[in-house]
Every structure is written in C-alpha cells, then in structure tokens.
Write a protein that binds this ligand. Structure first.
Ligand SMILES: Cc1ncc(COP(=O)(O)O)c(C=O)c1O
Length: 369
C-alpha cells in the first residue's frame, strides 16, 4: 500500500528525544525555547510561541487578540473543523465566506461582503499548503481594522509574494504527524506584536506570568521538550521535504494534466505551494465518480483521502447551531476533491503507478461508450 501520509522520523529525531529524556527536563524547558527561536527565524516573524496542537495555537491566538463573546470571525467553510471550532471555543461566532474554486482558499471578495460592526478578525486557511490571498486579505483587514489569524497548519514553509505563510499578522501551525513537519503532536503561533506574544504565553500556561500568580484565565497548552526535540530536528529538514513534495506534485501533474475529467492543482503566481496535500478534482467528465475512484485506488493499493467530504457549515454540529446558508463552491469542492500521495517517501515508481491507474480508468469511457 502506498500510504497517503507518512512521517519521516530519522536518527536526528531519536537522538534529540533521547537527549531530552536523559536531561530530566521533559516538560516545557530549554528545548521548547530553542525550537521557538528557530521557528521564529524560519518564518521571519517577531515571535514564535510553541503549544501542544494546531488547534491550541488557533484558540490561544484568537484569545490573545481579544476575540470573544459577541464578536464575529470570518473563515472558510472548506477546511478542517478546528479552523472554525477554535472560534466557537472563544464564544465568538464563525461566519463563513465561500472559496476560490481554483485554490480552494477563502475568496477575499466574499470576505468583504460579510463584514459588519461585530467582525473582529479574518481567519484564512492556507489549504493543502497553498497560501491564501494574503495581500487582498491584509488590505481588507487594514481598511476595517481587523486581525488576521492565518491558519497555516498545513503550510510550513509556503510562501506568498516572497513572504512566508504565517509572517503577515498572526500565523498558526500544526505539527501533527501527517503534516509537512511533525513534533508528534504540537503547534506554533507566530506573530509580530510583542504584547500579543506575551498574552499568548500567559494563556498557554494557566494565565500566569509569574508561576502561581494568575492574572487571567488560561489553559495547560504547553509543548513538551520531547516534542520540541522532534520539531527542531524536523525543522532542519522541512525545506528538503517540501522540495520533494513539490517535485512529486509536478511529476503527477505532468502525467494527469491531459486526463479528461481530472483537474490538477493550480498554483497562483508568486505563490510557493508546499503540497501538504496533492488534491485533484474529479468532475462529471471522468468515467467514475470521486467516491468510485477512491475505492478503485484503494483496491489498487494506492492510499487516498477526501479533505473534506462535508463543508463545515453542513456539519451536524453547525446545523444544530443554526447555520443554513449555502456556500456552493465549497459544497461542489466537497463532492469532487480527492488527495493523492506526494509525501517525501513516495517513489517515482509509486507516482507512475498512481498516474497509470488514473489514466487507465480515465480511458475506459472510450472503450465503453
Ligand atoms: C487547516 C487545519 N487547521 C487546524 C488544524 C489543527 O491542528 P491539530 O491537529 O494540530 O490540532 C489542522 C490539522 O489537523 C488543519 O489541517
């Protein structure tokens, strides 16, 4: 089976973890600080605050920007549930704006239509590793005085017009094992604002700036030194991992581009897409439906996955919360997308098998009109 994702753990990660275990400092300690400094420099942000998941990064970032009850935050309905749920956790209301059909990222024009006096922030998602339209979104945010909390959980090392994802206002990253780099579980907040960084650090650790003196409500969302050791070793390799993903993606696109009914991923000008997922659309011109193709690929030993089969506004939780607006571009994407393996452990032979299988299926209609 060619897996859809595979973390690449090597000797450096093992050595880093062993060093921490032997040191006796296994919770948040010097390794977390080292990882934060290295990640801050990698992104080119003023601060990096390590936490225990990408979800925690989003949750804390929103709280540290003062988002809460009565506020609205505009986000994409076509993303992982954590992007929207992190807004719910704060007591604020997620407001969905539909996506661009090519990049699957939130459409700035749709965002602007949703702004009212309760709007406090925009939460764009760099879906699949393709950065959101940050220039247009930052312009809107500046015009209406909004925060931009960029969900870059899938976009370590992605770039937009020469700047790294996560360096614009606030960035949130995930180090879950399927991501482009991992720390086991973990997350990072990047930002340029000193006060926001301090607040985030306080919220991460029970609202205490000084141990056992609690100024505000907080959580235990700290990263361990064990996780940071893995993250630090991975950070040194993430550019290489990303290059391999990009090469694999380009190889697949060259082989699938002319298959009738398949739409290969687009990359916008001046954008560095890091292909956390290589996601194609299966349109009605293809002989099989997306779900039938998924089954055939699985049968052929090719890992595949649908990110995401139900847009957030149609999830049961959100229906119960009264969401009933249509977001047709997201809904269509949910019916058509399927992701194929391009992670760094995938070989050329694997990619040839993926492409040959899809091309063979794509050719069936001509044999059986
Ligand atoms: C777009 C997006 N947002 C948020 C998250 C949440 O990250 P985590 O799983 O580390 O909590 C993920 C990853 O799972 C994600 O893909």
């Amino acid at each position: 089976m060619i897996p859809i994702a595979k973390p690449l753990i090597q000797q450096e990660e093992v050595d880093g973890v062993v060093e921490v275990m032997r040191s006796g400092m296994i919770a948040e300690g010097p390794m977390v600080k080292k990882f934060e400094e290295a990640y801050r420099d990698y992104i080119g942000a003023g601060h990096a605050i390590a936490v225990n998941s990408g979800t925690a990064a989003l949750h804390i970032a929103l709280l540290a920007r003062g988002i809460g009850k009565g506020d609205e935050v505009i986000t994409s309905p076509f993303t992982f549930i954590a992007s929207a749920n992190s807004i719910l956790y704060t007591g604020a209301r997620p407001v969905f704006a539909d996506i661009d059909p090519e990049t699957f990222n939130i459409d700035p024009e749709a965002v602007e239509l949703k702004i009212n006096r309760r709007t406090k922030a925009i939460l764009p998602v760099d879906l699949y590793g393709h950065p959101a339209e940050m220039n247009a979104l930052m312009d809107i945010a500046n015009t209406y005085d909004l925060a931009v909390i960029e969900d870059a959980c899938q976009a370590h090392g992605a770039s937009y017009h020469g700047k790294k994802a996560g360096s614009f206002d606030v960035g949130c990253f995930s180090f879950y094992p399927t991501k482009n780099m991992t720390s086991g579980e973990g997350g990072m907040i990047t930002c340029n604002d000193d006060r926001m960084a301090e607040k985030a650090r306080i919220i991460r650790s029970h609202g205490a700036k000084v141990r056992y003196y609690h100024d505000t409500i907080g959580f235990n969302m700290r990263m361990t030194d064990i996780a940071a050791a893995i993250g630090l070793a991975q950070l040194k390799k993430v550019d290489g991992f990303n290059r391999q993903r990009i090469e694999n993606a380009e190889y697949l696109t060259a082989q699938l581009r002319d298959v009738d009914g398949i739409v290969t991923p687009g990359v916008r000008r001046d954008c560095g897409h890091v292909f956390h997922q290589y996601t194609i659309r299966v349109t009605e011109r293809f002989p099989l439906s997306r779900d039938e193709l998924s089954l055939e690929l699985t049968r052929a030993g090719i890992g595949n996955s649908v990110f995401y089969p139900v847009p957030i506004h149609q999830q049961e939780l959100y229906r119960q919360l009264g969401y009933n607006e249509a977001h047709p571009i997201s809904e269509k994407a949910s019916r058509e997308v399927i992701s194929l393996p391009v992670h760094p452990s995938v070989t050329k032979e694997d990619l040839d098998q993926v492409a040959a299988t899809i091309r063979e299926i794509g050719g069936r209609r001509r044999l059986d009109p």
